[in-house]
Design a protein around this ligand. Structure first.
Ligand code: PLP
Length: 409
């Protein structure tokens, strides 16, 4: 087969323009390092947006990919397969849940969760109980139901009439949420740490209060752990460190370490409100994705991996503290485990993207969460030497940015 020549410019020629990717084109990854098509190396603090929790090209995952690749990739849901059953067993053993539904993404896992909550409430209490309580700045995916439930109206507007019965309340404001949760509420959906919304951890009392209000009114509590799940915050799921158990939990991103897979987990009693044919998917739970996810779950649930998350979290926060003091840069450094945000102060207002671009020029891939928050979601097993070198590069990048600002202003 002859190879077609492409470059970053090809993106603008052939892709639907919903993304604005960086000027370089990543080509290869190993652990926490990435190389672009020019051979330049980058230290990766983004992990493909909290996805590659075991780094790039993890040898154990490559082994499973090859072994399962030789056996069976896909069979369709008229049949089950051993990898998906083993994966479901592992996830239900690890969590509160008794049942799993597999999908291909976070949005699809949330779509399933919201549909199940509606079905459960309508079956159990009647057609009026359709209210969904969500929170401003939340993000739950890009299907029409999930953008409508998400708390960032710009993603839901301009597509015609939205699903009804959805309310958005301020995050971490328990009094307002309790006031909104009533007999008509079928579900409350919340991220234990808002990721896209700015890396905002929930107050423990907020989640505890939501649990009580849901119990009082027969509403289901849905934790969207698409970003916080699979070890990201230092426990396998964040709900485990909050001590608040949801009725439905959604997980994706790191679950496949880059192979697309999502899951909705729930109890037997709730799951029984989905019967054969009520919901479905072609690819969800295919043997290739499931075998990779099974090994991811096995590797990340290892207590030494989870303990390593805390060590790396402390190291990143210490670097940010030092850099923040040197350049007088941050209003707040926050987050749990390896989902960390550094909010810029007024001096650097709206300049998160400038920092990201300067970091890329200096060989670092990082993330932002809105115009004012630098976000870090690296591999949970990032080598400490890469972490330290990455921050040396970030410090150099910020030095250049500050110097450049001083000249241009
Ligand atoms: N939920 C949360 C909390 C997320 O952070 C995301 C993605 O960023 C999603 C859902 C959507 O996941 P996906 O992009 O896999 O559909």
């Amino acid at each position: 087969m002859s190879e077609i020549k492409v470059s970053r410019d090809t993106f603008d020629e052939v892709m639907v323009p919903v993304f604005s990717p960086a000027s370089f084109v990543p080509e290869k990854g190993r652990g926490s390092r990435v190389w672009d098509t020019e051979g330049k190396d980058y230290i990766d603090f983004a992990g493909g947006i909290a996805v590659t929790a075991l780094g790039h090209a993890h040898p154990e995952l490559l082994k499973v990919l090859h072994e399962q690749g030789e056996k069976l990739w896909h069979i369709g849901n008229g049949y089950t397969n051993a990898p998906v059953l083993r994966l479901a067993k592992r996830l239900t053993d690890l969590t509160f849940a008794d049942r799993a539904f597999f999908a291909n993404s976070g949005a699809e896992a949330n779509e399933a969760a919201l549909k199940l909550a509606r079905r459960y409430a309508i079956d159990t209490f009647g057609p009026e109980k359709i209210g969904i309580v969500s929170f401003t700045q939340s993000f739950h995916g890009r299907t029409f139901f999930t953008v409508s439930v998400g708390g960032q109206p710009k993603y839901a507007e301009g597509f015609g009439p939205q699903p009804q019965g959805i309310r958005h309340l301020p995050y971490n404001d328990l009094a307002k949420a309790v006031e909104a949760i009533g007999p008509d509420t079928c579900a409350v959906i919340v991220e234990p740490v808002q990721g896209e919304g700015g890396v905002l951890p929930a107050d423990p009392a907020f989640l505890e209060g939501l649990r009580r209000a849901c119990d009082k009114h027969g509403a289901l509590l849905i934790f969207d752990e698409v970003q916080t799940g699979v070890g990201r915050t230092g426990t396998f799921y964040a709900y485990m460190q909050y001590g608040v158990t949801p009725d439905i939990l959604t997980s994706a991103k790191a679950l496949g370490n880059g192979f697309p897979i999502g899951v909705m987990l729930t109890t037997e009693a709730i799951a029984n409100h989905f019967s054969v044919g009520v919901h479905g998917t072609t690819y969800g739970g295919n043997p290739l994705g499931a075998s990779i996810a099974e090994r991811v779950v096995e590797l990340i649930s290892d207590p030494t991996v989870l303990a390593g998350v805390e060590a790396r979290s402390r190291a990143i926060k210490a670097h940010l503290q030092r850099i923040g003091e040197r350049f007088n840069m941050f209003r707040e450094i926050r987050g749990r485990g390896l989902l960390i945000g550094a909010e810029l102060n007024d001096t650097y207002k709206d300049r998160a993207k400038d920092v990201l671009n300067a970091a890329a020029a200096n060989g670092v891939i990082m993330l932002i969460a809105g115009p004012n928050v630098l976000r870090f979601a690296p591999s949970l097993i990032m080598p400490m030497a890469d972490l330290d070198e990455g921050f040396a590069r970030i410090e150099q990048a910020i030095g250049q940015l500050v110097g450049a600002s001083a000249v241009t202003r």
